[in-house]
Ligand binder design. Structure first.
Ligand code: AMP
Ligand code: ZN
Length: 469
């Protein structure tokens, strides 16, 4: 049975879905005002492993909903500061809509490279304004909010559990919200948060705005997740994920809004939070220049899947510290593992190919994953199995199943060129096209170009392979 740590109860619990055979899972998506970095990577890779465990090992039908925050998220999660989208747009000399589109696309590409399965539903905040307005109306009708000249607020004093959620003291939360007092002059309690911003005062020129029963304006950040998760998953659902930064403000606010509107508890049965990724022992930040992107890794010869392997070596609730040496270790391990799987290329995958000999390894692998997604232990079992004396047929069949959970694309064509810089791969792809068209002159010219950059090309029936000279 699957056991998951629930941040709401602070306990590892048996996982029992609300509806038999199905799981509703909501993941807080990116705020699309800047480049997706490896900190985002770790969170969504762990979400992806969770989803694959549910689908492959638990055989459940998963509806995975993820939002795109393209409005309402201010530089502080507690409603103070500037609008992140507008800040991004001003810096880039573009419209907020262009910025949103560009970074959403960038995010999707990064996810694809990390082999993260696309969510079942991707929903944009700006495309769900009526749903957010309707939810605010329900909250107000139930007496949990109030209207002021600058905004509509959620009244935390009306929600009895507000100070207890996730075992965060009320004080911790009000500290986060304190700075807002200056801006929200009609706010009754420092922890009250915005449901609807009016287009007045500091937001008089806010670019994204809509009509509402409370006047022209835009939604607060938290309401989008309540409105969209409930729209696609129902008023109560199974799993909600996010980075650990959401424990203090965003997720308590989501719970308060949703339960205030529906009167149903719990809004979500299991809450899961990924620990924040650190870089060289420090928090990631623009000023430290350590908000690494996949392209920064590619420049040093690291593939996105080496990063994925690296993430899996640490449990999702344990703080991981990214270092280049660590990533290099992961790359070496993955290259070796991949080579072992490539060597099994000709072994067929059969319906029950591993059960006789490999049953023990399969059992241990499942146990590790069912133990609150112990990916590092699952990886050790993969190695143990690959180095064991069981037949190649059993190995091949086991690794295929295990990899459908780990998502490392082991033994695939692309991974034959793992660790090769993206620009070399790009030349290789162009060369393949010339080869297909039998344009030998051009393909030889590109071979030379690759060699000049320090890589040797070897042609195989199933595609070319490059190796560092
Ligand atoms: P954002 O784009 O900042 O709204 O973040 C999108 C998701 O990525 C949220 O669930 C964040 O908690 C998570 N996230 C952002 N930075 C990190 C990091 N350094 N480590 C882990 N998760 C992160
Ligand atoms: Zn959210």
């Amino acid at each position: 049975m699957l056991h998951l740590y629930n941040s709401l109860t602070k306990k590892v619990e048996d996982f029992e879905p609300i509806h038999k055979g199905e799981v509703g899972m909501y993941a807080c998506g990116p705020t699309v005002y800047g480049f997706t970095h490896i900190g985002h990577g770790i969170k969504y890779v762990h979400d992806d492993v969770l989803r694959r465990v549910l689908e492959v090992l638990e055989e459940l039908k998963v509806t995975h909903v993820q939002n795109v925050t393209d409005v309402g998220h201010l530089t502080s999660d507690a409603d103070s500061g500037e609008d992140k989208m507008e800040k991004g747009a001003a810096k880039m000399g573009k419209t907020v809509w262009e910025v949103a589109e560009e970074f959403t696309e960038y995010f999707n590409k990064v996810m694809e490279q990390l082999n993260v399965l696309p969510p079942t539903v991707v929903c944009k905040a700006t495309e769900h304004i009526p749903e957010q307005i309707a939810l605010i109306e329900r909250i107000l009708a139930n007496g949990y909010g109030y209207d002021t000249p600058e905004a509509v607020y959620f009244d935390v004093t009306k929600f009895a559990d507000y100070g207890k959620m996730f075992n965060q003291s009320f004080d911790e939360r009000t500290v986060g919200a304190r700075e807002e007092v200056e801006t929200g002059e009609h706010k009754k309690h420092p922890a009250d948060f915005v449901l609807w911003f009016k287009r007045v005062g500091r937001f008089a020129n806010h670019v994204m705005h809509w009509e509402s029963p409370w006047g022209d304006g835009f939604p607060g950040w938290h309401i989008e997740c309540s409105a969209m998760s409930m729209k696609y998953l129902g008023e109560q659902f199974d799993i909600h994920t996010g980075g650990e930064d959401h424990l203090s403000i965003h997720h308590p606010n989501e719970i308060a809004q949703s339960e205030a509107a529906t009167g149903k508890k719990p809004f979500v049965k299991y809450w899961m939070h990924t620990a924040f990724l650190m870089v060289d022992g420090k928090k990631m930040s623009k000023s430290l220049g350590n908000l690494y992107k996949l392209t920064d890794l590619a420049e040093k010869g690291f593939s996105p899947l080496a990063l994925r392997y690296y993430f899996l070596t640490t449990h999702y609730r344990k703080q991981m510290n990214f270092t280049w040496e660590g990533l290099n270790g992961a790359k070496t391990a993955l290259t070796k593992l991949n080579k072992m799987v490539v060597d099994l290329t000709d072994i067929p995958v059969t319906a029950d190919g591993w059960s006789a000999e490999g049953g023990e390894y399969y059992k241990k692998f499942v146990e590790a994953m069912e133990d609150d997604l112990n990916t590092s232990s699952a990886l050790s079992i993969v190695w143990e199995m690959m180095k064991s004396e069981i037949s190649d047929e059993a190995k091949k069949n086991l690794i295929v199943v295990m990899d459908s959970v780990l998502g490392l694309n082991l033994g695939t064509e692309e991974e034959k060129n793992m660790g090769v810089p993206e620009d070399i791969k790009e030349i290789l792809t162009r060369r393949e096209e010339f080869r297909k068209a039998k344009n030998w002159e051009q393909s030889d010219a590109l071979r030379k170009e690759i060699e000049d950059r320090g890589y040797r090309v070897e042609d195989y029936a199933e595609g070319a392979k490059v190796e560092k000279i």
